[in-house]
Design a protein around this ligand. Structure first.
Ligand code: ZN
Length: 248
């Protein structure tokens, strides 16, 4: 259990250290997979001891994050552990974790295609394999396009997500969730790819179609098995750690 304030204390629990290493990798993977936007964007992980959330500190890019760059906040935003400047949008994370007890990881980023899609009135359709993840289509948070920097805005944003795994923040970006850090990163990658596919098709002027709800649910279960999720995660880890020798 971590009790001492300061960066060194984050490594005192093996479970915390492993989780924060995975969370740091998640930041670097999403940076590489088109979620980069200067020092903006942040991921969090639910503390396994129930104390709150581990959130990336502000002022560094997704690609610069290491396991020492996290702060532990309680669910009211008070810093319990870690050093650095807090992202102003911490209520996105605390409120989603409160609304969705099954969720263990949350992200908010500004990927190009998903952010452009946030500006439209269109529903995200399951056009490609990535799109079938979103069998519950992401809604839109429209109360503001400004920072979500109050608990009230964070709660409204969590309501806009509902039971989906993502929500568009109109004219701003996206937020998405995972039952694990690994799943969170894949959801972020799938979301950006699905938005790019739909924007590209819309731009083509061609008419297009998508599978039925039943087929989407079956396809999602067939493609995205727990083994596949682990395998896709390992693939992205090899890409950011440059370790092709780790191939299965
Ligand atoms: Zn933002």
């Amino acid at each position: 259990m971590v009790t001492v304030r300061g960066r060194a204390s984050q490594t005192q629990s093996g479970e915390i250290a492993t989780g924060l290493r995975t969370l740091a990798l998640g930041h670097r993977i999403l940076h590489r997979e088109h979620h980069a936007d200067m020092t903006l964007g942040h991921l969090s992980w639910r503390d396994p001891f129930g104390r709150g959330i581990w959130l990336k500190r502000a002022q560094i890019g997704l690609d610069e994050v290491t396991e020492t760059d996290f702060m532990l906040l309680d669910f009211d935003g008070a810093v319990i552990d870690g050093e650095g400047e807090l992202h102003l949008e911490w209520p996105i994370h605390t409120e989603l974790m409160k609304h969705r007890p099954e969720i263990h990881a949350v992200a908010h980023t500004h990927p190009k295609h998903a952010t452009l899609f946030s500006c439209t009135e269109s529903v995200l359709r399951p056009l490609t394999n990535e799109g079938v993840w979103f069998d519950i289509p992401p809604g839109r948070f429209v109360a503001t396009s400004d920072l979500i920097d109050t608990v009230a805005l964070g709660a409204g944003h969590a309501e806009a997500m509902g039971e989906a795994d993502a929500v568009f923040l109109r004219n701003h970006g996206v937020s998405f969730v995972g039952r694990s850090i690994q799943e969170l990163c894949l959801v972020g990658i799938f979301l950006e790819k699905a938005c790019r596919a739909q924007l590209t098709l819309a731009q083509s002027g061609l008419s297009f179609a998508w599978p039925s709800c039943g087929e989407v649910r079956r396809k999602k279960a067939n493609i995205y098995t727990p083994n596949a999720i682990a395998n896709f995660w390992d693939y992205y880890v090899r890409k950011v750690t440059d370790k092709p020798e780790a191939r299965p």
